[in-house]
Write a protein that binds this ligand. Structure first.
Ligand code: HSE
Length: 297
C-alpha cells in the first residue's frame, strides 16, 4: 500500500502574524511517496540533490513517522521517498512540507486514524527538529490548504480562513538565513505601543481576508515588530518591497523567517512584472535567485 502526495510550499507569518498566520501556495511543491511496510523499519530516501540527512531520527519526515509509529505502537513501518522542490532554508516551508506530508500520508495509510489536529501535532516534531521550535504556521496551511490562523498550539486550535483569489510572487535569493538564527535576533519584549499597532494589523488582515477586501489586506500587511529586525539579514529587502509596491503589489514582506520575500497582487501580469523586478534586483548585485508566480492554494 502506498500514497503519492504533492505537498505545497507555504508562506508563514503573512508579515504581521508572526507564528500564527500562514498560507499554502501552488508552487513550488514537494513530491512524496509513502509506503506501509510489514516490518517496523522507517526508511527515508531523498531523490533530490539537497543532501539532507536520510537517517530517520535526523530527517524531518523521519522523526514524524517515528513519533506516529511510537504513539500508535505500530508493528508496521514506513518508507518515504521524497523529491523536494521546495529548497531547504528558503523560508517557503520546506521543512513543514516534509513534516506535514509524512504525517498526512501516514494517516491515509492508517485509514485516517488521526484527526487533523493530531496530524498537526505529529508534524510539529519535524519543525522542532528543523528549527528548534514547535511552530505550526507552515504546517497548518500545508494540511488545510488556503490561509490558516493558528489560534493556539497548546492545545492545537487551527482556524481555516478564506483563500482570496490573489496572486503570490515569491523570490528566493541565495543567501543563507537559518530560522534558528533569525529567531534568536528578535527582541524578547515589545512596547505596548507596537503591540497595539501589530494587533491592529493582524485583525485588519484577517478581516480583509474574510471579506475579500483587497485594499484592507494591503494596508494591513505591515509589521512593526519582526520585519525591521529580520530584514537586515536580507540584501535589498527594502528595494524589492518598495519597487514591488510601485508596480502595483497589494503588499508583502518576508516569507516565514526568510530569506524569501513574497508579494500579493490582484492580477497575473502584475505578479509577473514583480517576479521580473525581483530577479533583476538580485542579478544586479550578483546574487542568484529563484522566483515563483503562484496562487493561494
Ligand atoms: N513563524 C516562523 C518564524 C516561521 O517566523 O520564525 C519559520 O518558518
Amino acid at each position: 500500500k502506498k500514497v503519492k502526495l504533492r505537498v505545497p510550499a507555504t508562506v508563514a507569518n503573512l508579515v504581521c502574524g508572526f507564528d500564527i498566520l500562514g498560507m499554502a501556495i501552488h508552487e513550488p511543491y514537494d513530491e512524496m511517496e509513502i509506503k506501509l511496510l510489514d516490518t517496523p523499519e522507517i526508511i527515508i530516501r531523498h531523490i533530490d540533490s539537497f543532501g539532507l540527512p536520510q537517517e530517520p531520527s535526523k530527517n524531518v519526515a523521519g522523526v514524524v513517522l517515528q513519533k506516529i509509529q511510537e504513539h500508535l505502537k505500530l508493528t508496521k513501518g514506513f518508507e518515504a521517498v521524497i523529491r523536494k522542490h521546495i529548497k531547504p532554508g528558503s523560508g517557503l516551508g520546506s521543512s513543514a512540507a516534509s513534516a506535514a506530508g509524512a504525517a498526512f500520508g501516514a494517516n491515509i495509510l492508517l485509514k485516517n486514524i488521526l484527526s487533523k489536529d493530531e496530524i498537526i501535532h505529529f508534524a510539529m516534531f519535524g519543525e522542532e527538529l528543523a528549527s528548534g521550535v514547535r511552530h505550526a504556521d507552515n504546517i497548518a496551511p500545508c494540511i488545510y490548504g488556503g490561509i490558516t490562523l493558528v489560534k493556539s498550539t497548546q492545545p492545537i486550535d487551527i482556524i481555516p480562513l478564506n483563500a482570496p483569489d490573489l496572486f503570490v510572487t515569491a523570490v528566493h535569493p541565495q543567501v543563507e538565513v537559518k530560522t534558528s538564527d533569525s529567531r534568536q535576533i528578535l527582541k524578547k519584549s515589545i512596547t505596548l505601543k507596537s503591540a497595539v499597532e501589530q494587533w491592529g494589523n493582524i485583525a485588519g488582515l484577517v478581516a480583509g481576508i474574510q471579506k475579500n477586501d483587497f485594499p484592507l489586506i494591503g494596508r494591513s500587511l505591515n509589521d512593526v515588530i519582526i520585519e525591521p529586525i529580520r530584514s537586515i539579514l536580507i540584501p535589498k529587502f527594502d528595494e524589492v518591497k518598495l519597487k514591488s509596491l510601485d508596480l502595483g503589489a497589494l503588499g508583502g514582506g518576508i516569507s516565514g523567517s526568510g530569506p524569501s520575500i513574497f508579494m500579493l497582487a490582484e492580477k497575473r501580469d502584475i505578479a509577473e512584472k514583480i517576479a521580473h523586478l525581483m530577479k533583476s534586483v538580485y542579478d544586479e548585485i550578483g546574487i542568484e535567485s529563484y522566483t515563483y508566480v503562484s496562487k493561494i492554494n
